[in-house]
Ligand binder design. Structure first.
Ligand SMILES: NC(=O)c1ccc[n+]([C@@H]2O[C@H](COP(=O)([O-])OP(=O)(O)OC[C@H]3O[C@@H](n4cnc5c(N)ncnc54)[C@H](OP(=O)(O)O)[C@@H]3O)[C@@H](O)[C@H]2O)c1
Length: 269
């Protein structure tokens, strides 16, 4: 960080859109962001599980003891579908108010895909398309829709976060869908950062987190050595908590000193 620029203490009066907020890392990001935004900020939380989103909304309302007037909207949406993406964009436009000074979009939702098979078994194009629709196309179209809905204007900072993985950079056997999706998705945000220099674009790799996705990884992975690696990390207590990884992400966002378009790994923060 530059020596003469102190880190911000808050994320401003924000409109923050978080996908995959119903559980895991997205849920934790929602809680942490709610503590770091200024009064009268707005959170738009998206996922398919409406009940889990509403439970989170109630938790956030209960913890807003200081009465900051945080407004939380839940959008029950399947981001594998065009209508789901459109509903998040629509809800964000409706939820926003004019005095917002920071737009934050966190593209967090993602899925591991079928890791029980190897690449040569993926002969069905619609299965692959369906995976890529949710994990790649939806992140691109949601980001584009949000940027169009909230164009550049004086006094508005715009931050786009992509939750990425080591798998965007390295091949893992039997994880062809996940590695392909993460690599493609990360390139979207690298291109975006080149095209729109006023944006702050970050691909954050949160590390191995103790979530439902990790349980899938250690129980369903076809490659025996990779499956054992993840089982051992779990049994030896090497998985990170969502809270620990999210604290690093918040530090990066507050310091705001990363090169736009960068891939930052939790272990490098
Ligand atoms: N866990 C790890 O070790 C790890 C490591 C590196 C990167 N990551 C990345 O971190 C992010 C969060 O992962 P996580 O571990 O928290 O996963 P998770 O526990 O499986 O949560 C995934 C989230 O995505 C949502 N989601 C899934 N399908 C959806 C769909 N079709 N439409 C809308 N939302 C959908 C889920 O909500 P609903 O089911 O309610 O829709 C849930 O909120 C992902 O991008 C993942 O790739 C995770």
């Amino acid at each position: 960080m530059q020596a003469d620029v102190p880190p911000r203490e808050d994320l401003g009066r924000a409109l923050c859109i978080i996908t995959g907020a119903s559980r895991g890392f997205g849920r934790t990001i929602s809680k942490e962001v709610s503590r770091l935004v200024k009064p009268r900020s707005v959170l738009v939380l998206a996922a398919r599980s409406g009940d889990d989103l509403r439970a989170l909304q109630a938790d956030l309302a209960a913890s807003d003891a200081g009465g900051t007037g945080l407004v939380v909207h839940c959008v029950e949406a399947d981001l594998g579908l065009k209508e789901g993406v459109e509903s998040v964009i629509r809800a964000s436009k409706e939820a926003s108010s004019e005095d917002i000074d920071h737009l934050i979009l966190v593209n967090n939702a993602g899925s591991l895909g079928d890791v029980s098979r190897y690449t040569k078994s993926f002969i069905n194009m619609s299965e692959v398309d369906s995976y890529l629709s949710f994990n790649v196309s939806s992140a691109m179209c949601l980001t584009a829709g949000v940027l169009q809905a909230f164009p550049q204007r004086a006094g508005l900072k715009r931050t786009i976060v992509n939750i990425t993985s080591l798998c965007a950079l390295q091949p893992f056997p039997s994880w062809v869908l996940y590695c392909t999706g993460k690599a493609a998705r990360e390139m979207i945000f690298r291109v975006l950062a080149e095209e729109e220099p006023d944006l702050r674009v970050l691909s954050y790799s949160p590390g191995p987190l103790d979530t439902a996705m990790q349980m899938e990884a250690r129980t369903k992975t076809a490659d025996p050595s990779l499956r054992e690696t993840y089982s051992a990390m779990f049994s030896q207590g090497q998985l990170l908590t969502c809270e620990a990884s999210c604290a690093k992400l918040m530090k990066v966002l507050l310091e705001d000193d990363y090169p736009s378009g960068a891939h930052l790994d939790v272990y490098d923060v």
